[in-house]
Design a protein. Structure first.
Length: 573
């Protein structure tokens, strides 16, 4: 242990503790902008400086460790003056139009400047704005970038891509798409992790809320919404609701109050995905087609973009099933449209997703007898949903639990856990067991594929179903995915079925979720989904009565001709 004094308090902390962490143990929060634990500890912003007795120069507390007998002052006049000057310089290169920024009230720079009581700026503004394609789902505003490097580091270290890089030097240093590419040519997976780790509003998703308001106001359109599994675990964070208060039923109420005509839960089509993908896996297994093992899940569009750009030769190993989002869109415009007696083109489909990549995935076209537009018309992130709730002046405490609309009302617990890493695999194994043996396993029989902690490299398990052994692996985060695929390709490991989710922890940690300045909440949110599954009335996709009715009345059976037309896709196309 190391003994030291911080702001007149004598403390003892383990060797190797940073000054910032040591201060935190006694309730002293040192302000910071660039620091991200284990990912960006470079002391670049210099906001976290502290004074150390006997040293002339201030030191950055995020990347300097405690020393025996050290006397630290975190708020001396010298520290305050330096911090203020640093933040003033940063603000002189930052577009400070806070009232019209997506990160207003959730911006670390705004908080740090406010906390320092900065009410005017002594410097002239010098702001350079680099043009950007505003149609792309990921938007970067160079005029807000504070060069903290978090986006570069998260993309390199956690996602194994190198989309961002530093350009120029000295005071002209800036961040831009690497290799001077345009973002649309840069192999960006659209995972949105750079957005959720940006301390300011330099990165955000394309705002599509106006399109949704226009559809709601259009008397010729029937608006039909779906809400993804992971949204329920996080939306309340942005509206001051506790986990217990922020139920899925209240999201449905908010959508109805905003004027959406029909509301559904994507857990329904997660169950549908299990029926299609589970049967596809068993068919491939029994027909020996798994010689090119493993089969990969196909529901995460970040992963689809990654495999297509990084491992294009493995694309044929993807399940041909569309994602639950796309399947639901197709079902809404066909089966559901028919049930309410309208044409597919009269239906406007909206998805609320924890995801940025889903905004790209929804470009997928729908063919129903002939070309019928898109399965999904507009995707909103969880953050856009909460902004819409606020702009509709809905008091979140007045929301009530309401049910989804008829015909596709039910979703199983297996569908709910899709939102956490391992959930798709666990749901698939539950139903595969039933399909092979004719009896249900214990609903928790395959919980071995769940993550044990945040950031785990991958999980693997051998599962016995009757006479077959299924070697399963689950991975999240694209750097982890790259490692796993490289091991598969080298022949170091052998699997039959692999679930990949681009975002660490799965969709609960998605790039469209509420932002908490570098705090990783995916694991906690995931626990919430497992709790909901544990308490669900239906825990098996194949027992969802609305899915059984959908097959009886419309698709006939999984992998039927109609299913192939509407629920599957050619990833090579
Ligand atoms: Fe996901 Fe999904 S679980 S990708 O992470 O499969 O976005 O939540 O909606 O489509 O269901 C996201 C979340 C979904 C889909 C589902 C899958
Ligand atoms: Fe989107 Fe989920 Fe994939 Fe992240 S893990 S890119 S949130 S689908």
């Amino acid at each position: 242990m190391v003994n030291l004094t911080i702001d007149n308090k004598v403390i003892s902390v383990p060797e190797g503790t940073t000054i910032m962490e040591a201060a935190k143990t006694i309730g002293i929060p040192i302000p910071k902008l660039c620091y991200l634990k284990d990912i960006n500890e470079i002391g670049a912003c210099r906001v976290c400086v502290v004074e150390i007795e006997g040293k002339d120069k201030l030191v950055t507390s995020c990347n300097n460790c405690v020393e025996e007998g050290m006397v630290v002052r975190t708020n001396s006049p010298k520290v305050r003056m330096s911090r203020k000057r640093t933040v003033q310089l940063i603000l002189s290169q930052h577009n400070c139009e806070c009232a019209v920024c997506a990160r207003s009230r959730n911006c670390t720079l705004q908080t740090v400047a406010n906390d320092l009581n900065m009410i005017d700026l002594p410097f002239e503004k010098e702001i350079e704005r680099i043009p950007w394609n505003k149609k792309f789902p990921l938007i970067r505003d160079s005029a807000k970038c504070i060069k903290c490097m978090r986006c570069i580091q998260i993309c390199d270290k956690v996602q194994g891509l190198h989309i961002w890089d530093v350009e120029s030097t000295g005071s002209r240093t800036t961040v831009h798409v690497s290799k001077q590419r345009k973002i649309e040519d840069a192999d960006c997976a659209l995972c949105g992790q750079c957005i959720t780790h940006c301390p300011v509003g330099a990165l955000r998703e394309r705002d599509d809320t106006d399109k949704v308001w226009a559809a709601i106001d259009n008397p010729k359109k029937i608006t039909v919404a779906q809400v993804a599994p992971a949204v329920r675990a996080a939306w309340g964070e942005a509206l001051g609701l506790s986990r217990e208060e922020a139920t899925i039923g209240k999201i449905m109420d908010s959508l109805k109050r905003m004027g959406v005509d029909y509301v559904f839960d994507t857990t329904f089509s997660a169950d549908l995905t299990i029926m299609e993908e589970g049967n596809e896996f068993l068919t491939r297994l029994s027909e020996g087609q798994l010689k090119d093992r493993p089969m990969f899940t196909s529901c995460c569009p970040g992963w689809i973009r990654f495999i297509k750009s990084q491992y294009p030769h493995l694309v044929p190993q993807l399940s041909s099933a569309k994602s639950p989002q796309q399947m639901f869109g197709a079902v809404m415009k066909t089966y559901f449209a028919k049930s309410i007696n309208v044409n597919p083109e009269d239906i406007y489909t909206i998805s609320v997703m924890p995801c940025v990549a889903k905004k790209g995935e929804c470009n997928m076209e729908l063919f129903y007898e002939e070309y019928a537009g898109h399965d999904v018309d507009t995707v909103l992130s969880t953050r856009e949903l909460t902004r819409m709730i606020r702009s509709a002046h809905i008091d979140p405490t007045t929301l009530e639990d309401i049910q989804c609309d008829e015909l596709m009302k039910e979703g199983s617990g297996a569908g709910v856990i899709f939102g956490a890493t391992g959930g798709v695999m666990e749901a698939a194994l539950r139903s595969a067991y039933y399909l092979v043996t004719g009896t249900n396993p214990d609903a928790d029989a395959f919980s071995v594929v769940r993550a044990k902690k945040f950031g785990e490299e991958h999980v693997e398990a051998e599962v016995t179903i009757k006479d077959a052994t299924v070697r399963a692996a689950v991975v999240s985060g694209l750097a982890n995915t790259r490692k796993l695929i490289d091991a598969i390709e080298r022949g170091d490991v052998h699997y039959d079925f692999v679930e990949v989710m681009a975002c660490p922890g799965g969709c609960v940690g998605g790039g469209g979720q509420p932002i908490h300045d570098g705090e990783e909440l995916a694991f906690e949110r995931g626990k919430n989904l497992y709790f909901l599954d544990k308490n669900a009335d239906i825990r098996f996709s194949h027992e969802n009565p609305d899915i059984l009715k959908l097959y009886a009345d419309y698709f006939e059976k999984p992998l039927s001709h109609k299913s192939h037309t509407l629920l599957h896709t050619d990833h090579n196309a």
